[in-house]
Design a protein around this ligand. Sequence first.
Ligand SMILES: NC(=O)c1ccc[n+]([C@@H]2O[C@H](COP(=O)([O-])OP(=O)(O)OC[C@H]3O[C@@H](n4cnc5c(N)ncnc54)[C@H](OP(=O)(O)O)[C@@H]3O)[C@@H](O)[C@H]2O)c1
Length: 306
Amino acid sequence: MKFVEFGESKTRVSEVVLGCMRIPQLEQQEVSQLLETAIDCDINMLDIADVYTNGKAEEMLGKALKDTGLRDRFFIQSKCGIRKNPHFFDFSKEHIVSAVEKSLQRIGTDHLDSLLLHRPDALMEPEEVGEAFNTLYKSGKVLNFGVSNMNRYQMELLSSGLDMPLTANQMQLSVCHTMMFDHSFNVNMDNDAAVMRDGGILEYCRLKNMAIQAWSVMQHGFFRGVFIGAPEYLKLNSVLDRIAEEQQVTSTAVAIAWILRYPGKMQAIIGTTNKRRVRESALASTVKLDRAQWYEIYLAAGNNLP
Ligand SMILES: NC(=O)c1ccc[n+]([C@@H]2O[C@H](COP(=O)([O-])OP(=O)(O)OC[C@H]3O[C@@H](n4cnc5c(N)ncnc54)[C@H](OP(=O)(O)O)[C@@H]3O)[C@@H](O)[C@H]2O)c1
């Protein structure tokens, strides 16, 4: 397993991260087994959010950490800022602080190693968020702060009110969800791919030394399904299968390695609830893709290059 240095403390966290959004699909005992498998594969970071199944995912994670005694072996990242019933985004100080307190209670821990603001709140006041972060940091309840699904100017605006640097941005990225790359090949061209929707997020995160965390690494579209074995991605699957055979891993590992190959501080958040697939995914860290293979995969997924 390769590790990235996270935040100012430079804590070494695995580049493959276990996402816990789907653990409520499991029996409680199976969640413990999933955590044990992750540790066995040198995956030392977990990603979760308060909103996943209305707190049930955090509760199940908390029970599993208690049953396995593994809390101190994991770097735990949670998220807040999405409210349900009614649905809106809330970066008020009151909400951020109380959401973290509830997450800590459900997870059964005295601190989060990292907290991300889940989706941008148009009404955010950077200084107010700064106060919330300071309160949480000074009380030792959160050690690092970052964002999710934010573009460059949202990060800049937010940072203007913060006393600490943002450590990570978590965004959707897979071989079949490549918008953050597409525009970069088509600068100043008269085609749709040239449209820069998000303002160079990847380049910005690299310049700021932020971790770039990919979510839904095996999905195409917004939770439309897994591309491995999907009939609409025959060419992609055939390329992934060939490289997988050459490197003696599975196509799952190659698809994740494609994300990790980008030269930023990359992390892939895997969402599997299956122990065998955790092991397959961890092996992504051993795969070496050269430039030609990286571009071959990009093209096989249905993209074009000028
Ligand atoms: N920041 C955000 O806005 C945001 C949004 C969504 C998710 N996330 C984070 O990202 C994590 C991952 O997201 P995700 O769950 O959508 O990721 P994912 O890994 O793309 O999807 C996982 C799903 O795909 C299935 N799957 C994975 N690999 C497969 C394969 N090779 N063949 C067949 N099925 C396969 C899994 O089934 P099995 O369980 O049976 O393997 C599971 O149902 C979440 O846990 C969460 O922590 C963040």
